[in-house]
Write a protein that binds this ligand. Structure first.
Ligand code: UGA
Length: 461
């Protein structure tokens, strides 16, 4: 019997005062944040990832990606000795109470369904360290039914029935640590009381602050995550569909979103129109959801997500259309794309609308120059053909067109009068509705913002 399970018999456990021992398997955005968060809560965390360079960095208290606030929290927990990192399980893993699987479930080779191969390789490496008392908790976003498949897979390889639970995560890049430590809710999918007991203990410090704790069956918990992301994607495409109508009707989508957002049933979040959603989650999750629903024979129920995706892709293409309407042939026109990350406060460029826009201009023959405060190294690695510039000023120098593609504060706070002196042509397309249009107009820029009719905005003098 392992040390923690001895404790499980004791009064401390009954009083819910025990800190748990966890392995966190997979140390990407989700796993690294989860590992640091639980270490901060005082649990003993072992982070596991086969990527040697990632583990070396983490051991030194350095993050392999940019995530505000997570860097200092990592240093804190490393110094406190609450966390250790390894490329593989060791005998220490055998005494863990919980093994939390945080590996990626990227889009599979068919271009839609989720690829769960990393899930199975994580389980394969875990099998020698499992016993009857340990609970395997899946955090990765998976097609509904995955936990049941995993159970069958493990039962065929083990001499006992393993405890399996699902615990979807709702953190956003850019605010990952806060979202983990102060979540809107915690959802667990369980089918045995031991798993539920351990998960309640794990989250006790958070639920004690009043955060709702929803315990449900495992398929519901798997479905909650994809339903949430599908809803968010739908909300964004809804406002972008309105933007398409507004552009033709001469209406202003930003005002409209404000007006409908005051209705509490609608809410004002995720109603920012622009070049749409990207990143490693929303786009792939809606595709994987459609693929899984098809497998289950209910593809028609979520077929609207096809339209959600189509609207999303059309808004990316709209920027190029506007540029061609304004400038005609774009061959050799210098176009500064401001922003490469899929949203601000991250260096993540996976399925980034900003990159998609840059590529469309590049394909149209323009001379594309990309700037981003944090993501340029990733851009250079993934798109060596695209020119990057380390400062906003260098990027816009001699530009015929400036496109704001990620709403970084740096762009919102830029001085349009100063930038006006650098460009060849004062034309800016605001793909994220982030600029103060009247300021740019005062500095004699022509500003076009997606979904808005800026000619109606009075220029303040
Ligand atoms: C998303 C979800 O918001 C998280 O709850 C979830 O945990 C995560 O996916 C995941 O599955 O792991 P994230 O990918 O970090 O989080 O990004 P979001 O903040 O959801 O933004 C997604 C995209 O939508 C970005 O490109 C953003 O610019 C765009 N967006 C967002 C809009 O175009 N308009 C809006 O009003 C809001």
């Amino acid at each position: 019997m392992t040390p923690c399970r001895v404790l499980s018999q004791c009064s401390l456990f009954k009083l819910n005062l025990v800190k748990l021992k966890l392995t966190i398997i997979g140390l990407g955005y989700l796993g690294a944040t989860t590992a640091v968060a639980f270490a901060k809560l005082g649990h003993e965390v072992i982070g596991i990832d086969p990527d040697t360079s990632k583990i070396e960095l983490l051991k030194q208290g350095k993050l392999p990606f940019y995530e505000p606030g997570l860097d200092s929290a990592l240093v804190e927990v490393v110094e406190a000795g609450n966390i250790s990192f390894s490329t593989e399980h060791t005998s220490t893993s055998s005494s863990a109470d919980i093994h939390m699987i945080c590996v990626g479930t990227p889009q599979g080779p068919d271009g839609s369904s989720a690829d769960t191969k990393y899930l199975y390789s994580a389980l394969d490496s875990l099998i020698p360290f499992l016993d009857e008392d340990a609970v395997i908790v899946g955090k990765s976003t998976v097609p509904v039914g995955t936990a049941a498949q995993i159970r069958n897979y493990l039962e065929a390889k083990l001499s006992f029935t393993p405890h399996i639970a699902w615990n979807p995560e709702f953190l956003r890049e850019g605010t990952a640590l806060k979202d983990t430590l102060e979540p809107d809710r915690i959802v667990i999918g369980v089918d045995d009381s031991w798993s539920e007991k351990l998960l309640r203990l794990l989250y006790k410090d958070i639920t004690d602050t009043g955060v709702p704790f929803i315990s449900c069956d495992i398929p519901t918990s798997e479905l909650v995550k994809v339903a949430a992301n599908s809803f968010l994607a739908t909300k964004i495409s809804f406002i972008n569909a309105i933007a398409e109508v507004a552009e033709v009707a001469g209406a202003d989508t930003v005002k409209l979103a404000e007006a409908i957002g005051y209705d509490e049933r609608i809410g004002n979040k995720f109603l920012r129109n622009g070049i749409g959603f990207g990143g490693g989650c929303l786009p792939k999750d809606i595709r994987a959801f459609m693929a899984r629903a098809n497998e289950l024979g209910v593809g028609h129920s979520v077929a609207f997500l096809n339209e959600v995706e189509a609207i999303n892709l059309r808004r990316r293409a709209r920027v190029l259309e506007i540029a061609q309407e304004e400038l005609g042939d774009l061959s050799n026109r210098r176009v500064a794309i401001l922003g490469a990350a899929f949203k601000p406060e991250t260096d993540d460029i996976r399925d980034s609308p900003a990159i998609a826009v840059a590529e469309q201009f590049w394909m149209a023959g323009a001379h594309v120059v990309v700037h981003d405060p944090k993501a340029l190294n990733n851009v250079r690695r993934a798109f060596p053909q695209i020119e990057t510039q380390p400062t906003l000023e260098l990027a816009v120098s001699n530009a015929d067109l400036v496109v704001v593609a990620t709403e970084w504060n740096e762009y919102r706070e830029a001085k349009p009068a100063e930038l006006a002196k650098l460009v060849a042509n004062r034309l800016v397309i605001d793909g994220r509705n982030t600029l103060d249009a009247s300021l740019w107009q005062q500095a004699s820029w022509q500003i076009i913002a997606l979904g808005r009719n800026l000619e109606r905005i009075p220029v303040l003098v």
